[in-house]
Ligand binder design. Structure first.
Ligand SMILES: Nc1ncnc2c1ncn2[C@@H]1O[C@H](COP(=O)(O)OP(=O)(O)OP(=O)(O)O)[C@@H](O)[C@H]1O
Length: 815
């Protein structure tokens, strides 16, 4: 029996019974990485690789046990240090000099301790990375001879580097090291890579991929002229997870270029559904944290995500790569934080839900037109013009009141605002007004000390206050003036207490009525002063009426959040987060050009990475002009680099072939070569069929080894109704926008919450003419269908959606 046969035999023994094999590859997608005979290297090479692997594992295991010992002694040392902290510092506050010395001694002691803690943290992280690495120390290798040299170096690449100090050898290189770039970007032959010292040229003799699991070498492939994708196929065939995984072992060249592009001020990526945009974003963060590790900390990188479920879905990738998680936020969170809670703030989901469920509302067209206008760059410029006008006229203030009496009236403020320093900029004038008001409050507080109401409130003070105020007159020389002084002290206390909230409000600039100033824009005849007539929507008066009504009802519509926030920044002075150096925006098609412009203002020191698929633009602010074009036009020539990714890694070829025909003018999407069954269109004869069919499909996917199935509806309202029908018949979880993480198993959710996530199987609920026939439904349907990795089912009650007529009948089956 030859070596290869032996391996096949040994490995096949470990496969599940009933597995079907065809020329070494399974026809259907394997659910988990299996031990398979895919060893394209010769017997001797295989043995050498196994021996080397054993050597690396031995070294790593030794390092792990060494680190483990170190960590436990460090922990013990730190406990002792903390316990003895005060013994090691001499506290002496006798004189100012002694106090200074004491402070210096405490600072020194604290510094030593925090250095210890940092070292322990570093070792702890290294320990966890090594624990992960022993399962799979590396995934790739290149053999490289530098030009002018004779020796060929074997460069093994893994999730982190491993340096053997005994032999002074780099046993594994970090995938982010400059030399590792060859692995992702080059092929055997002449190659080069960039380093901080310049370009290194040479020849690559070999490029090899490994599959190592639990410390065992399962397969090894050499790659020739064509990039081997067997291991990628293996990885993509696995079942989905509620947590996204890193892709460093199989990053593709087109993804690698984006991950490592650190020259451009802004990187824009238009990527087809499943092309790896989120993966690229996360691996890029890991790359940047490594490349700039001397100055960049995880707290200086910010990722804008679509919703909390998505945040939890991606939260494992960086820790898996040995990096600390970065800050994730949503635009909504930021807006709520800045706008306070005086109004109810609508979110993007409620806006979409409103649009989907009010289709026959006569007010909807005006709202839609308002949404588009308020999200546009025209409206951004309009607000800048408005700001200039406000420097001359139109600012609105709020009276400062005490006990129902006006202390400083809005008219007084307005008068002062427009007469004092009339040439100063708007925000500076607001700051001057703030200082003036604080002085005014000080003066008014002095004035009212002997007012009757103060005397009345003195009676409600605490006993201790009386005791403190009268202490000197009781125990002192009982000078009659002392009583007057004591009463004055008590009155001052009352006045201080009553004025404190007013001072706080002034400090927070609450005296400016930003909401009033914003609403003033929606008064007839106002915007014409700042906007070109042709830019103003023809139904502007209806938009004004709608906006004023919503504000009167106490709600800020989602489309007004960004302009309101921006106006507030213009009035208060733009808040700038100078510390943030990289901002990444995933699902960028959900953002308007206006929002992007605001983000640029907020993070002036940050390089931007904007990743989106404008074919999945399902929020109502989209206009006919491509959102990507509008966004890139905000940058000067040469500032922004654009990339496209048109290969889909998520879904089987059959699902990609089906979904791409749902779109009309999209760029062709190339599926990754992974086969599966055709999408199924199921006719439901009666509503009761739903639970039965779902049962059958769940059972079918489980029999194939898959687990997650999402029933995707158009709206939350539809989800709630369908969920009620399924409850008690099918074990299913309803996903809500407030959910913090994705439930496993079978879930039901609206399409806007399924964005960015994937499932083994997807059921499109109610693929009927009634539900999916308008142009605006097309992208919703596309987004929903492209969540499927292995199986796609479309259930229809009644007439099927006309979008199906566009699809080649060979690309799906009826059942
Ligand atoms: N190079 C790769 N190697 C292995 N898996 C990959 C690779 N690129 C992408 N994938 C996988 O493909 C799937 C889709 O990736 P991802 O979610 O990043 O795509 P996306 O472009 O953000 O998708 P969408 O826009 O549809 O949400 C994920 O399971 C991801 O792990």
């Amino acid at each position: 029996m030859g070596f290869s046969e032996l391996v096949v035999k040994t490995l096949i023994c470990r496969l599940r019974p009933g597995s079907v094999w065809k020329s070494g590859l399974r026809k259907d997608a394997p659910r988990q990485i299996q031990a398979v005979d895919r060893m394209s290297i010769g017997k001797e090479e295989w043995q050498l690789e196994e021996r080397r692997l054993q050597h690396v594992l031995t070294e790593m295991n030794e390092a792990i046990s060494e680190l483990s010992k170190q960590l436990s002694t460090q922990g013990e040392d730190l406990r002792v240090w903390r316990g003895e902290f005060w013994e090691d510092v001499t506290v002496n506050m006798a004189t100012a000099e002694d106090a200074l010395e004491t402070v210096a001694s405490i600072t020194q002691q604290a510094r030593v301790m925090s250095e210890q803690e940092r070292r322990q943290e570093r070792d702890r992280r290294r320990f966890h990375v090594l624990k992960r690495m022993v399962k799979s120390p590396y995934f790739g290798r290149v053999d490289f001879t530098e030009a002018g040299e004779t020796n060929t170096e074997e460069i093994y690449i893994g999730i982190a580097s491993y340096f053997d100090e005994k032999t002074d050898a780099h046993l594994v290189y970090d995938w982010r090291a400059p030399i590792a770039n060859m692995y992702y970007d080059g092929m055997p032959g002449p190659v080069e890579y960039e380093t901080p010292m310049g370009t290194v040229q040479g020849t690559m003799h070999l490029k090899r991929q490994y599959l190592i699991k639990d410390g065992k070498l399962l397969s090894a492939f050499d790659m020739g002229a064509v990039i081997g994708d067997t291991i990628l196929k293996e990885v993509l065939g696995q079942r989905s997870d509620t947590q996204m995984k890193n892709i460093v072992a199989t990053i593709q060249a087109e993804q690698n270029r984006i991950i490592r592009d650190d020259r451009s001020k802004a990187v824009f990526v238009q990527g087809a559904a499943g092309s790896g945009k989120t993966s690229v974003a996360l691996q890029r963060i890991a790359y940047l944290l490594y490349k700039h590790r001397s100055w960049l900390s995880h707290s200086q990188v910010l990722l804008f995500s679509p919703n909390p479920v998505f945040m939890s879905y991606v939260s494992n990738v960086l820790p898996e790569l040995g990096e600390e998680n970065i800050k994730q936020t949503t635009f909504q969170k930021y807006a709520e934080h800045r706008l306070g809670n005086a109004f109810h703030i609508e979110d993007a989901f409620d806006q979409l839900e409103h649009v989907l469920t009010h289709e026959s509302d006569p007010a909807l067209p005006a709202r839609m037109s308002g949404i588009r206008y308020k999200s546009s760059i025209c409206f951004f410029h309009l607000l800048q013009g408005y700001k200039q006008w406000l420097e001359q006229d139109g600012m609105q203030f709020r009276d400062i009141m005490l006990n129902g009496r006006v202390l400083v009236s809005r008219e007084q403020m307005e008068e002062r605002f427009y007469t004092h320093a009339p040439d100063a900029k708007l925000a500076s004038r607001v700051q001057m007004m703030r200082a003036w008001l604080l002085d005014e409050l000080e003066r008014l507080a002095e004035q009212c000390i002997w007012d009757d109401w103060v005397g009345e409130e003195v009676e409600f003070l605490e006993k201790e206050d009386y005791y403190r105020a009268y202490k000197s007159s009781i125990w002192g020389d009982a000078d009659p003036g002392e009583h007057h002084k004591a009463e004055s002290t008590l009155r001052k206390k009352v006045v201080r207490q009553r004025f404190a909230p007013l001072r706080k409000q002034v400090k927070q600039l609450a005296f400016v009525d930003v909401y009033g100033v914003y609403q003033q824009l929606f008064v007839e005849g106002m915007v014409e002063r700042f906007a070109k007539r042709e830019d103003i929507p023809t139904d502007w008066l209806e938009i004004c009426a709608y906006t004023r009504r919503r504000f009167q009802e106490g709600t800020i519509p989602y489309e007004d959040i960004t302009p309101l926030l921006y106006l507030q920044e213009l009035i208060h002075g733009v808040r700038r987060y100078m510390d943030i150096r990289y901002v990444l925006i995933d699902e960028a098609q959900d953002y308007s050009p206006f929002q992007l412009q605001v983000m640029r203002t907020l993070f002036p020191m940050a390089k931007l990475t904007v990743l989106g698929d404008w074919n999945q633009a399902i929020l109502p602010h989209q206009t006919r002009q491509s959102g990507l074009e509008q966004m890139t036009s905000l940058f000067a020539e040469g500032e922004a680099q654009q990339y496209e990714m048109n290969r889909s890694y998520r879904s089987t070829s059959q699902i990609v072939a089906f979904t791409r025909e749902l779109l009309t003018d999209a760029k062709p999407v190339t599926p990754f070569n992974r086969e599966g069954p055709l999408p199924v269109v199921r006719k439901l004869a009666a509503p009761e069929d739903l639970a039965r069919k779902l049962h059958e499909d769940i059972a079918a996917i489980r029999a194939e080894g898959y687990e997650s199935l999402a029933v995707i509806c158009k709206s939350h309202q539809e989800c709630v109704q369908t969920y009620a029908r399924l409850q008690g018949h099918v074990p299913i979880t309803l996903v809500d926008k407030e959910d913090q993480e994705l439930a496993s198993g079978v879930v039901i959710l609206p399409v806007y919450l399924a964005k960015g996530i994937e499932f083994d199987a997807v059921v499109i609920y109610n693929f009927s003419q009634e539900n999916y026939s308008r142009e605006s439904d097309r992208k919703r349907l596309y987004t929903a269908c492209t969540r499927a990795m292995h199986r796609l089912f479309l259930y229809v009650q009644g007439e099927v959606s006309p979008f199906l007529a566009q699809v080649d009948p060979n690309k799906f089956t009826w059942m």
